[in-house]
Design a protein around this ligand. Structure first.
Ligand code: NAD
Ligand code: ZN
Length: 241
């Protein structure tokens, strides 16, 4: 633990990957945890282009429900500690998240890549224009594009779709050149989450994992903390914690 703290203190370049576990303490459920079903469907059956083509209304209802939930939630201590870490490392910092809840941005992180998009926005199916969703109380899906009148879809990356190539390249660069890589609250089974930690480790980074459960990354980690995101981050980053 001492070594991890010192490494993180001294590091000039820090790359962080987060997953749904970071938002669990804000009351937003993970996909694999309890409460993972919605109207009897698994997320993997709803977050796909096929599901949307078959029944766009159903998929939008699910996103509208999650959007309302996210807007009720607040960033937690883990989000706040990652903002402090960014302020300390400035240009040497990048936060890559798989979360689509926008809580890292709301907490104040700016050097941020939202790999899977953001459910608080929609994207036009016809012209690609993006716009924020109206407040949850005024929102009846689907949103209509303010630019071309086309139907809009959630601005997220679905299972089976490609990630934005620039985002991916930026994430890989950060993990390849990091002195310390932190992987927090992700099951690390979906690509590229599975490989970012590995990339950092094989390029010589010190790898810290925070997750209450072991993951495929655990055997590779220099330090693996079996605890919540906020406690784990407090342990390695807040000296007075
Ligand atoms: P996941 O549901 O597969 O895994 C969540 C991980 O968090 C698990 O390994 C679990 O052990 C861990 N965890 C649970 N509680 C925790 C806590 N308090 N602190 C730290 N870790 C905790 O989620 P994933 O790996 O992020 O990937 C699944 C996909 O689901 C992603 O593509 C993501 O876009 C999507 N998703 C996003 C949100 C969100 O935006 N908040 C929520 C659910 C799912
Ligand atoms: Zn449009």
């Amino acid at each position: 633990m001492e070594e991890a703290r010192e490494r993180l203190q001294r590091a000039e370049r820090v790359a962080v990957l987060t997953g749904a576990g970071v938002s669990a303490e804000s009351g937003i459920p993970t996909f694999r945890g309890s409460g993972g079903l919605w109207e009897g469907f698994r997320p993997e059956e709803l977050a796909t282009p096929e599901a949307y083509a078959r029944d766009p209304e159903k998929v939008w209802r699910w996103y509208a429900m999650r959007y309302a939930q996210v807007m009720q939630a607040k960033p937690n201590e883990a989000h706040r500690l990652l903002v402090e870490l960014e302020r300390a490392k400035e240009r040497g910092f990048l936060l890559v998240t798989q979360n689509v809840d926008g809580l890292h941005a709301r907490a104040g992180n700016r050097r941020l890549v939202e790999l899977h998009g953001n459910i608080t926005r929609a994207r036009c199916e016809r012209c690609g224009h993006r716009q924020p969703l109206p407040p949850p109380d005024d929102f009846t899906p689907p949103p209509i594009c303010e630019r071309c009148g086309g139907r809009m879809r959630p601005d997220v990356v679905w299972f089976g779709e490609f990630l934005d190539a620039d985002h991916l390249a930026q994430a890989e660069r950060a993990f390849m050149t990091a002195d310390v890589a932190l992987v927090v609250g992700t099951s690390a089974v979906v690509e590229p989450a599975a490989s970012l930690g590995r990339i950092a480790k094989s390029a010589g980074a010190y790898l810290i994992e925070v997750n209450p459960e072991p993951t495929p990354l655990t055997p590779l980690a220099d330090l693996s903390l079996r605890t919540s995101a906020s406690e784990g981050l407090r342990a390695v980053w807040r000296q007075d914690g």
